[in-house]
Design a protein around this ligand. Sequence first.
Ligand SMILES: Nc1ncnc2c1ncn2[C@@H]1O[C@H](COP(=O)(O)OS(=O)(=O)O)[C@@H](OP(=O)(O)O)[C@H]1O
Length: 204
Amino acid sequence: MPRTLDGQITMEKTPSYFVTREAPARISAMSKDTKLIVVVRDPVTRAISDYTQTLSKRPDIPTFESLTFKNRTTGLIDTSWSAIQIGIYAKHLEHWLRHFPIGQMLFVSGERLISDPAGELGRVQDFLGLKRIITDKHFYFNKTKGFPCLKKAEGSSKPHCLGKTKGRTHPEIDREVVRLLREFYRPFNLKFYQMTGQDFGWDG
Ligand SMILES: Nc1ncnc2c1ncn2[C@@H]1O[C@H](COP(=O)(O)OS(=O)(=O)O)[C@@H](OP(=O)(O)O)[C@H]1O
């Protein structure tokens, strides 16, 4: 990481940090004051999104339904499948809390990032001690993309949406499989709500 001067904030983003066992100790050894921002979404949708991304690169992989179970008959879920394992947020968070106080972490709702991007970014700016520069004025809803986009990209006068790899159409998943996954995640989600003090609303 580069040295951060007064008045500067250095940011680094990697989706896999949150689920990497060595990451909390390493980041804490680098700087105990690091502020941590985690974007989370409903773990079931997250798993399907993860699968959709892999499928786009390797169209020959087995179905989502078959990868979900160790044993389809007993309904035993394969927690070693990364698409499933990553969504057990409470377990990952436990590792971070051994190295960082919860107040140094901000949990951003992936759902609200879509329904109210300025609201979520307001929380991010407050957490970082920044003035609320990014507001509603900066976003518009793009009907074709089906997502909020920036009215003006940085350094340009043109609107900017995220690329084609963000917001892909998900495949239709067997309803019973989705139900079993919801049941599987429920206790972990409740624990996560308790740990963060935030109800993300994934469980009705
Ligand atoms: N504004 C806007 N435009 C497009 N997409 C948006 C937006 N805000 C959030 N999202 C959601 O971001 C999801 C992809 O982000 P990822 O976290 O998977 O990206 S990363 O590859 O891990 O960096 C992506 O997931 P999928 O819909 O499954 O593709 C989106 O739901």
